[in-house]
Write a protein that binds this ligand. Structure first.
Ligand SMILES: NC(=O)c1ccc[n+]([C@@H]2O[C@H](COP(=O)([O-])OP(=O)(O)OC[C@H]3O[C@@H](n4cnc5c(N)ncnc54)[C@H](O)[C@@H]3O)[C@@H](O)[C@H]2O)c1
Length: 304
């Protein structure tokens, strides 16, 4: 057992399986008391069971740590509030929240139904808001705290998961907004884009060139929750972690600008001006898609 998080209380959503479970175990091993949330659902979000969260609490206790289970659906305001209420009732404070819970409902955009869109956006994006909202109210008064959201490389765009990609992009903007809004209260907010072997990544139809274990992701999350990250002013960041690799994503910014001379824009003037000046910023994902199509045509298994 280490002491990176000694004395802290951390709540983790989706902590029953995969990356969330590794995060919960690592937080407990580093001295935190942990609220383990998991609705215990299938990859698509059905058939909930409380056994999944309870199982991880038992694992933490068996290793000598302290934890409590909350099996609520985190996409509800009541679920997010309960997570924080349980932390306060059991342990008296909340120092960190980590929103890992997620589901997938894959479908091409032109076939996607409301039943495929809404629960995915609700679990990922609203499920991060419900917890950040409840925790931020306490952390603001405490004058300290760390919020961690989970995004994905797929926030750049996705062929058959527009719902998931949109939610993951939204989480990045939510994290940056939390970093800005809570900065003066001593609260940090960061996002993690993991690549790790879990039941969810087993669903990806291509070979992942860079992938690691949930434990690699957990180590980064423990750092982000720690006083060391706070001392290093780490906030408003998006980090990829894939096995031995950690990468930081760029902050969004304007790439090139052009100005109209002598009056406003018309479509005609823009058509003459834009291509040779402001231009476009090529999509890396589109280039990769074309590469994959070529590999598939040549009979190779596409890489990502
Ligand atoms: N595994 C990867 O390589 C990878 C890549 C990119 C992003 N991610 C993201 O990392 C996170 C964890 O993914 P994972 O691979 O460990 O998935 P996983 O399916 O193994 O675990 C997700 C957990 O979330 C729980 N959950 C789902 N809906 C919930 C709800 N409404 N309330 C509470 N809990 C709920 C599930 O029961 C499950 O235990 C997800 O947000 C995922 O989108 C993972």
């Amino acid at each position: 057992m280490g002491n990176f998080l000694a004395g802290k209380v951390v709540a983790v959503t989706g902590a029953g399986r995969g990356i969330g479970r590794a995060v919960a175990l690592a937080c407990a091993a580093e001295g935190a008391k942990v609220v383990v949330n998991d609705y215990g659902v299938s990859i698509e979000g059905g058939e909930p069971t409380s056994e999944v969260a309870v199982g991880v609490v038992k694992e933490i206790e068996a290793a000598g740590g302290a934890a409590v289970a909350v099996a609520d659906d985190i996409s509800t305001m009541a679920g997010g509030q309960r997570l924080v209420d349980v932390a306060l009732a059991e342990y008296g404070r909340i120092d960190g929240v980590v929103c890992v819970a997620g589901i997938l409902r894959e479908r091409m955009l032109f076939n996607m139904t409301e039943e495929e869109w809404d629960p995915v956006v609700a679990t990922h994006l609203k499920g991060t808001f419900t917890v950040f909202r409840a925790a931020a109210a306490v952390m603001r008064k405490q004058g300290s705290g760390a919020l961690v959201g989970f995004t994905s490389g797929n926030h750049q765009g996705s062929v058959a998961q527009a719902n998931y990609s949109a939610a993951k992009g939204g989480i990045i903007s939510l994290v940056r907004s939390a970093a800005l809004g809570l900065h003066k209260y001593g609260v940090t907010a960061n996002a993690v884009a993991p690549v790790a072997r879990t039941r969810m990544s087993a669903n990806v139809p291509m070979e992942l060139k860079e992938i690691g274990e949930p434990e690699d992701v957990a180590a980064l999350v423990v750092y982000l929750l720690s006083d060391r990250a706070r001392a290093d002013s780490v906030t408003g960041q998006v980090y990829t972690v894939a096995g031995p690799k950690i990468a930081v994503w760029a902050q969004p910014r304007e790439l090139r600008a052009g100005y109209a001379e002598g009056g406003g824009w018309t479509p005609e003037r823009i058509a003459d001006f834009l291509p040779g000046t402001v231009g476009t910023d090529p999509m890396p994902m589109l280039a990769r898609l074309e590469e994959m199509a070529r590999a598939a045509a040549a009979g190779d298994r596409p890489n990502q």
